[in-house]
Design a protein around this ligand. Structure first.
Ligand code: ADP
Ligand code: ZN
Length: 709
């Protein structure tokens, strides 16, 4: 059995990581004991390692079942880049390719074999599997995206149902089932469908501490707000919109505004979609503007922000969609842009649904999304509560925890509103009540005689939006009810009457315009930031040469550590998290020389002179004066003076006293101190005709050089 320290050594050796993520180590230990396992971890939790590391440490080969070709290719590509024998068999391969891969497998060169479920149990493959077992040995079956076996999941695939045959055919081979689905029902279904045998069940917390959540009220110019939000972010991001039309529109506006953005939606043809996705994962473009069609197939760990430009359908989808950010564990931002007008759009869509039951479910889901968007509690707490997980207190990484909204006493407004509901005999919805309060001249009001009510026109001091905010807060706090049969009539309840009888006060959180920037996501020193960008460029070059996504070469977190620690030797480089044995040999030298080059540049206080500056300097050092140098080089004297000024600033050995009379230098310096050094023209005007531009330029260069010392 492997000792603790040797498991960690194996982790470093194969994957370059120093420590296990929560849960991983115990899972790996149980997998090594050949136990069946159900592994439930949120996206980015590090599920793959839970079957990959045991596969490498056990004799034989692990068969991984994965539903999507893109996912298989990504994982195999990442494994190969760590020097690990991995391959996949799916419908994208030619007959010859399949044959040669099968040969490599039977040669024992492969530790992880990825297969699509329909192939695994196909007529042709079963005999191969049998040969494989007797010749090489099968150490485990890992079923990725295991929720696909369940009809209750969001991605049911009938082929997954066949997987129960695995247990029947190979009762002794352990099965590992992995998923990011949170619901209990699906988890139960997985256990049953795959007939797991007294499995170790590992359910990680669904909390994603590296994600910053915020909700911003949409401004009138919401596109500009979106643009500003994108410009304030670093790295790749996804913008989710509700409709295809909006996706196309936003993507093309962003392109016009100089953002590298591409659209993605189900209305595009397969080739264009796949192409856009590849360009996104390879960092050829920064932003993907997408409908929710852009989902499970995307396996990019370094997405730094996800912005919902429209309301998500429900909280679970919000969790999954926003959760595509920060899978690498680095900080990432999840922003929801929210406006009351969007509620109307969704309401309208719900009304179009033919089935009343569907409508009811959709309304309830919308309410939960609004609870999230308008709630004043910690956003993380609200999300985790939805999954039945308790999260206590202040997370410190959401807008509500960082800057709680001001709460105001709106008891009087609430009384006006509720009494108007009562006077309208609890037969109307919020829009009508607000019309009455604001003294609207709509025909409907006169028709019902509501212009005669004592509450008619008593609410003109507040805007329609302000009243709506109050209504949502009253509903949210349970201080008034609303019928859900499609008409949304407001009804008073026990608490409403307490408000009306002055037994209860009403406080609401008042939304204000958002702060310019949520927070500085990543305070890094300027120097490390420059180096980070250079390492990113190098990574992109290497990745392009190999036709792989950049994150396969190194994760952002590894580049960041390189930029901060600036390793100078291969030993130091090997210490960086994410640098395993294979990557060290493959990329170590390239990255080291980039880092060393950068450090040398940093040590030089000023850049080296260019060739033409050097030529001027040499003639100057031979004792030639300015005219002679100009003649010799075929330049004007003013060009030579510019060279000399630049050379002075670069701290080259040039004596100012030989070039400018000492009694002229003093007044020039004084003028610089008075009016600044930025404009030669202003200095000349200030000093008068008796001072030449050339002299001023040379003295200014000397002044700059002294100032920088
Ligand atoms: P999941 O499948 O659960 O969404 P992955 O297996 O793709 O997550 O892992 C997410 C990211 O975390 C990957 O970039 C992976 O390399 C990285 N990772 C996994 N385990 C560790 C670890 N112990 N230390 C550092 N990074 C890790
Ligand atoms: Zn919080």
């Amino acid at each position: 059995m492997y000792q603790l320290h040797s498991l960690e050594e194996a982790l470093k050796h194969f994957f370059g990581y120093d420590t296990f993520r929560p849960g991983q180590q115990q899972i790996v230990e149980e997998a090594l004991q050949n136990r069946d396992l159900l592994i439930i971890m949120p996206t980015g939790g590090g599920k793959s390692l839970c079957f990959q590391l045991p596969a490498l440490l056990k004799p034989g080969l692990t068969v991984v079942v994965s539903p999507l070709i893109a996912l298989m290719q990504d994982q195999v590509c990442a494994l190969q880049d760590n020097g690990i024998g991995a391959t996949f068999l799916n419908s994208s391969l030619s007959y010859e390719q399949v044959r040669s891969r099968e040969a490599a497998i039977l040669d024992g060169k492969i530790k992880l074999l990825y297969v699509a479920p329909e192939r695994l149990l196909g007529e042709r493959f079963l005999p191969f599997l049998e040969t494989l077992r007797s010749r090489i040995g099968i150490s485990a079956f890992a079923i990725d995206e295991a929720h696909c076996v369940s009809e209750w999941g969001h991605d049911f695939r009938p082929e997954y149902r066949q997987l129960r045959q695995l247990r029947q055919r190979y009762p002794d081979i352990p099965i590992l089932a992995l998923t990011a689905t949170a619901t209990k029902r699906v988890q139960q279904d997985i256990l049953q469908q795959l007939t797991l045998r007294s499995p170790g069940i590992h359910i990680a917390s669904f909390n994603r501490p590296n994600l910053y959540y915020d909700v911003q009220p949409k401004q009138r110019q919401s596109y500009n707000q979106l643009l500003k939000q994108i410009r304030s972010q670093n790295g790749s991001g996804i913008v989710y919109c509700l409709s295809r039309r909006k996706v196309d529109e936003v993507a093309s506006r962003l392109q016009q505004d100089g953002i590298d953005a591409l659209p993605y939606h189900a209305g595009m043809n397969d080739a264009d979609r796949a192409d856009n996705q590849t360009r996104f994962t390879r960092d050829d473009v920064q932003v993907m503007v997408a409908t929710i069609a852009f989902g499970m197939g995307i396996n990019k760990p370094d997405v730094r922000f996800v912005i919902h430009y429209d309301l998500p359908r429900n909280l679970e989808s919000y969790y999954q969609e926003s959760g595509r950010a920060g899978r690498d564990g680095e900080l990432a931002n999840c922003t929801l842009l929210f406006s009351a007008a969007d509620i109307r759009t969704i309401d309208y869509l719900i009304e179009q649904k033919p089935n009343p039951k569907e409508q009811r479910v959709a309304r309830q889901q919308l309410r939960q999304v609004l609870d999230y968007a308008e709630g004043t509690d910690c956003r993380r707490t609200i999300q985790l509560r939805y999954f039945g997980e308790r999260f206590q207190g202040n997370c410190g990484n959401c807008d509500n925890c960082r800057s709680p909204k001001p709460v105001e006493d709106w008891t009087i407004e609430a009384q006006k509103f509720l009494s108007c509901v009562a006077r309208c005999q609890e037969r109307f919805g919020a829009t009508h009540i607000i019309d009455v309060l604001r003294g609207s001249k709509k025909q409907k009001i006169e028709q019902y005689g509501h212009h005669l009510l004592s509450t008619y026109g008593i609410g003109q001091d507040k805007s329609i939006d302000a009243w709506k905010m109050l209504v949502r807060s009253l509903l949210h706090q349970g201080l008034v009810d609303e019928t859900t049969d499609g008409y949304r009539v407001l009804k008073l309840n026990k608490l409403s009457w307490e408000v009306l009888r002055k037994q209860r006060s009403v406080h609401i959180a008042v939304t204000q315009a958002p702060a310019a920037k949520a927070f500085d996501i990543n305070p890094r020193s300027a120097e490390a930031e420059i180096l980070f960008e250079r390492l990113r460029k190098l990574r992109k070059q290497i990745a392009d040469a190999q036709s792989v996504p950049p994150y396969v070469v190194f994760a952002d977190s590894s580049l960041k550590l390189m930029a901060q620690q600036q390793p100078q030797t291969l030993e130091e480089f090997a210490q960086i998290s994410g640098v395993g044995t294979h990557k060290l040999t493959q990329y170590g030298d390239k990255f080291l020389s980039e880092i060393r080059g950068f450090c040398q540049e940093q040590q030089l206080p000023v850049p080296l002179p260019s060739d033409t500056q050097m030529a001027t300097l040499q003639l100057y050092q031979q004792g030639l004066n300015i005219e002679e140098i100009a003649q010799k080089r075929g330049f004007t004297t003013s060009t030579i003076i510019t060279h000399l000024s630049e050379l002075i600033e670069m701290k080259q050995p040039i004596d100012l006293n030989q070039l400018v009379l000492p009694e002229q230098q003093k007044p020039i310096l004084k003028a610089i101190q008075t009016i600044g050094a930025d404009s030669l023209k202003n200095l000349r005007e200030h000093l008068g005709e008796s001072y030449s531009y050339e002299d001023i330029r040379l003295v200014r260069a000397w002044w700059r050089r002294e100032r920088d010392c």
